[in-house]
Every structure is written in C-alpha cells, then in structure tokens.
Design a binder for this molecule. Sequence first.
Ligand code: ATP
Ligand code: MG
Length: 423
Amino acid sequence: MADKGQIVQRVKGVKDILPVDSPVWQWVEDTARETFEGFSYSEIRIPVFERTDVFSRAIGETSDIVEKEMYTFTDRGGESLTLRPEGTASVVRAYVENKLYNPPGAKKLYYMGPMFRAERPQAGRYRQFHQLGAELFGPENPSADAETIHLLMSIFKNLHLEDLTLRINSLGCPQCRPAFRQKLAEYLDSRREALCDNCQRRIDKNPLRVLDCKAHGCGVIADEAPSVTESLCGECSAHFDRTRTLLAAVGVDGKVDPKLVRGLDYYSRTAFEVSSTALGAQDAVAGGGRYNSLVEQFGGPPTPAIGFAIGLERLISLLGNDGAPLGPELFFIALCPEAEEKVFQLAGALREEGYMVDMSYGGGLKSQLKQADRASAELAVIIGEEEMARSVALVKEMKSGEQFTVAFDELIKWLDKHLLGEE
Ligand code: ATP
Ligand code: MG
C-alpha cells in the first residue's frame, strides 16, 4: 500500500473507462448485441481466468501469446492459472465441458469482455483490453465462413464504420498444409541470413509466421516466398472460392492476401483480418478464422468451427467521441426538511415512470441551482416552505429560465406532456 495521502496510480498498460467515454462503449456493445441477435447468436459469459493448460494447449506453444504474453500465476492451491488472453480457447473449453454440441446442429455464441496480455504498452496495445467475439460451431460449409465474415462486417457497418480493409486467405488443411510448410521452410532456410533472429527460430517451429513478420528484411523475403493460395488442395481451393462467391453475393469485398497467416496456431482454411489505415502501427481491428480441430483437441466430438474477435479499444478510437453524457431530465431541489421528504417521494415515483432523475444533497437555492446547471439538467424542480404550503412545485427550464408552477398531484401528467409531448 502506498503511503497515506499519496496518489495510487493504475498499473501500466491498463485504462479507466471514464463517464465521458462510457456512452460510446455502451453504444458499441448495444449495436453489437443487436447485430448478433440478427444473426441468431446467443451470449456466453466465460470466466476471466482458466487453467493455464487451456490456453497453451489451444493457442500453441510457439505463438507470441503463449511464448511471452500470458499473465500466469500460481494460486494458493499450487495450480497454474492464467488470465484469459483471448476468448476462443475458453469458449471451446466451455462448449465441450457443457456438452453444447447437444442437441446436434449449429451453435452460435458470442462474448465480450476484458482480455489480458503482458505486452509492451503503446498506442493501441494495452495489457488489459476488451474484445467482442463470435464462434460458430458445427457447419464446415463455406456458407458458414461467409456468414461469419458478413456478421463481422455488419457490426462495423451498423457502427457506420465503412472505411475498413478486409483481407482474407486460406491456410489449407491437414492434407495440403504440411507440403506447403515444407516447401516454405526450405525456401526460408535458403535465405536464413536475411531473416530476423525471431524468424530464424521460426523456420523449423512455425515457418508460416515468418510471412507476417513486421521486420523489413523478412517482409521482402515473404513477398517472394511460395504462395499458400497456390498450394491448396482441390477441396480447400473450392472452399475458398465458394466463400468468396457468397461474400460477394452479400456485398462484402475481401482482398485475398496470401501473406495473411494470423498469429495463432489453431487455424485451418479460412483466415481473415480487418484493418484501418487510420490506426497507425497497430492497425488490426479484428481477426479470425476457421479452427476445425480445436473442439476435438479439448476432448469433444469432431466439430468444425469458425470465429473472430474485435479489439474494442482500437474500434472505439476509430469512432471518436461526440460529447459528454446526457444530463438528467429532472433535478430536484429541496429547501427545507419537509420538502426533502416530498422530493424523495416525487423523485421515487418519477424514477419508476422511467424519468432520469437527480437531486441535490443540500445547500441554499443558488448553490443548488448551480449544481443543476453543472449536471446539465433539463428541468429543476424546486420545493421550499411556500411550495409545501400550497402543495405545488416550482419547475424551472434550465436553458430558457422559464418557470412553471405545477401541483404535486399533476406533476407526472405535466411532465409527460411537457417533456414527451403526451396528452
Ligand atoms: P496484433 O497483430 O495487433 O498483435 P493479434 O493478432 O495479437 O493483434 P488477436 O489475438 O487476433 O490480435 O486479437 C484480435 C484483436 O484484438 C486485434 O485485432 C486487436 O484489435 C485486438 N488486440 C489484440 N491485442 C491487443 C492489445 N494488447 N491491446 C489492444 N487491443 C488488442
Ligand atoms: Mg498480438
């Protein structure tokens, strides 16, 4: 604990979402929920931490996340636990553990909430950040891939974000990927000296990752590397083509990028990413792909699946923020103890009616009116000794200064008419 009186600061790489910012967060979350519902998705709420094994098993030992980004700790019982760095592994664990594959058929799940990664904090990169994600379990058809990508793009569209780039690729399947991987590793080995240290290690462990390395030298080599798109087997190639045809039918335009491999190990076939040039170095807003073996890996029946995750901090930075939260419709001011009781009664009744109501907690008339002004209230409702004696309230329109005298019994009806235009 810090010394008494000393300001305690938040941990590096985490943020407070303050009242001025929460309306835009709520709007994004509400819009996403509505969009998910339109695609027949249901929400799943997964735990914030899991056994470490859930993530290392799913995400892959050679991924950036497992290699260096996990918040892992030993709990009091000596068990290794990890704060979730992403949602998919937990959703798959929950899908299998709760037997959500029964009854058979497609299962559509979405989640939202904080994720934790021990990364170097910088613009667009935090240690606690938020994701909103979807997973579709069951169908293997390209229509599932196309629908999932359409859902993702619909969320952006409903948020009026149209200026984004969608890139898609196919990473092949267990039939065709090993041969490509071999061919790629041989090519990379022949250029070993020109690769960064990290990528030199990746040649044997995970050569595909070299393709999306941000180091300049690696980028040049990746440009000339064998293309995964040209090494796909007939089935993967047909799957990819069909996905793109269906996307075109719904007006979604994706750019094929053979260098898009995504950082996680569990993908097969379709992979995609959405980025914005307005974001700077950390330009990815969302990423996803198909993962056909993960459910089985977690002990469930063979179940193909596909999903995506959107990074909310980056998305919200694209939206900007257009202003302060709305003030209350009514701000009650009591000028004597009996009036305070009346205020409690009236404010209670109005809150039940659905009005946005605030009140002062004491002071003279002038200071209380100043509080109503600071709160951006629409109307101040003033009750003092004189009003109590006459059973009326003095209602003041804050903007115009116009005042009305309204009987206590008439107040709800008067407000319905004055604020909502109801007769
Ligand atoms: P990046 O290439 O930026 O490292 P990633 O491949 O690690 O992203 P994913 O695991 O695919 O990211 O997560 C999906 C989305 O979550 C990203 O596109 C991004 O918008 C967001 N995201 C990932 N890591 C962070 C972070 N540390 N801080 C803020 N947002 C993040
Ligand atoms: Mg990352």
